[in-house]
Every structure is written in C-alpha cells, then in structure tokens.
Design a protein around this ligand. Structure first.
Ligand SMILES: Nc1ncnc2c1ncn2[C@@H]1O[C@H](COP(=O)(O)OP(=O)(O)OP(=O)(O)O)[C@@H](O)[C@H]1O
Length: 231
C-alpha cells in the first residue's frame, strides 16, 4: 500500500516528560485517519510534528516520503486548534492573506465554501462567533490543494446541525488523492468520516486499524470503542 505518512517509533519529550512514546502511525494515500484520544493524550503534539512546527525527540516521520521541512509544509494544510487570524481582519483579508501565502490556495473554492458556511466576505473577524471562526478556519484550510490535511479538533464549537452539513462538505471537497488526519475526542458525529483510526492514550497508541474492520470485529461503533478504551 502507498502511504502519505509513516511514523515509526516517534517520541517527544518536554524536558523529562514523555508526551509521545514510540508512536507508529501510517496513513494510506487518499484515506482519512481519526486520531482519537482524551484531553492531554498527545494529539496536538503529534499534529504539530506533522505540520513541521516542532521536532520529535527520536524516531522517524516521513510525509510523502520526506522528513518534515520546506517541502512537506508546502503539501500539508494545517488547521490548528487555536485562532490563527488577526483581529483587524475582515474575512476577505483572511482570504487574501491565504492567497498570498499559499500558491495552492483556490480562491474560487474558498468563495463557494464560504457561501456554504453562510459567511460573507465583508464581515469583521472580531464580530464572528466561535463557531463562525471555526467555519472560516475550515474554509481557508480546505481551500488549499494539499496532499495532506491535518485538522486539530475541528467542529468543536459548531452546532450539531451545521456539523452534519460541514462533514458532508469535507467529504465532497476531498479529492481522491488527498489524505486527512482529524484529531478529536468528539467521535460520535465525525466517525463516519474515518477510514482508519488510531486511539492514543497518555502518548501511546493503544489501538489502531481500519475503522470498518474494527466495527465488525468488536460489534461496536468507533464511539463505543472509544468509551471502552478510555473509561
Ligand atoms: N510546550 C509544552 N511544554 C510542556 N508540556 C507540554 C507542552 N505542550 C504540551 N505539553 C503536554 O503534553 C501533553 C499532551 O498535550 P497535547 O496538547 O498534545 O494533548 P491533546 O491530546 O492535544 O489534548 P487536548 O485534547 O486537550 O487538546 C500534555 O500533558 C501537555 O501538558
């Protein structure tokens, strides 16, 4: 099988604290991986390594066959779990910012997604609700033509009805060659997106596999498996 991401024995320490311990994760090309774990389990740390923001302490990670660096940053579209937009911006400024910064940013796609999210370009960032800011972030990140999208806790502030619609939009907007990692502890609504899942607990992968095979094997939904693993 062809993999967009391969991590082997990946570890990260903050001083003497081991935050990731010998993580093995593989993401097949064209597939969506759910990285599932409770607060503080190491999801954001792993995602930051993939985004090239922090370095692992040991182990290996290859993205499209290369170590995190200039090339991998150009093919990875990263949705952080914090607001990355400036307060002075209107939505149209955020769009221009992305267009200038990322050559693969598709402004027409962004406009279509923005309309779908029921946001208008002249709105000021400071007047947006938390859910609206999340929708804008997703619009920007999904409008890049990336090989790998990494979404850290998307949809948390978005109401359940809008969440369903956005999940459909994520599926519709992902082309066949692109892959995605979604980190979350809100498994219920999102689980239908996952092809593969990896459960992370205290920095260790405790279970991973194909989502459908796990459902069949355990006669449980991924959410039920999540509750079982982390109760
Ligand atoms: N810069 C840092 N310095 C020291 N410890 C850190 C640092 N960043 C994260 N940690 C610790 O690493 C552990 C994993 O944190 P991380 O943010 O990766 O978890 P998470 O699974 O994303 O959690 P959440 O779901 O709450 O966002 C936590 O114990 C956290 O306190």
């Amino acid at each position: 099988m062809d993999f967009i991401l391969k991590a082997k024995k990946l570890s990260k320490n903050y001083y003497s604290k081991k935050v990731l311990k010998d993580i093995d994760i593989e993401v097949p090309r064209g597939k969506i991986l759910g990285l599932l774990g409770p607060n503080g389990s190491g999801k954001t740390t792993f995602i930051k390594i993939v985004a090239g923001l922090i370095r692992p302490s040991s182990g290996e990670i290859l993205i499209d066959g290369q170590k995190p660096g200039v090339y991998t940053k150009s093919i990875v579209s990263y949705l952080p779990d914090v607001n990355f937009l400036f307060k002075w911006m209107r939505i149209k400024d955020a769009m221009s910012f992305f267009k200038d910064f990322y050559p693969d940013f598709d402004i027409e796609k962004a406009r279509r997604l923005l309309e779908f999210m029921e946001l208008t370009e002249d709105k000021r960032i400071t007047t947006l609700s938390k859910g609206m800011v999340e929708k804008l972030h997703l619009t920007l990140v999904l409008s890049r033509k990336a090989k790998l999208y990494i979404l850290d806790e998307p949809l948390g502030g978005i109401d359940p009805v809008a969440r369903e619609k956005i999940i459909d939009a994520i599926v519709d907007n992902l082309n066949e060659e692109s892959s995605m990692i979604i980190s979350t502890h809100l498994v219920k609504d999102i689980e239908r997106l996952f092809d593969e899942v990896a459960f992370i607990s205290k920095g260790e992968i405790v279970l991973r596999g194909n989502a459908e095979e796990l459902r069949v094997e355990k006669h449980k939904s991924i959410e039920e498996i999540f509750r079982e693993v982390f109760q």
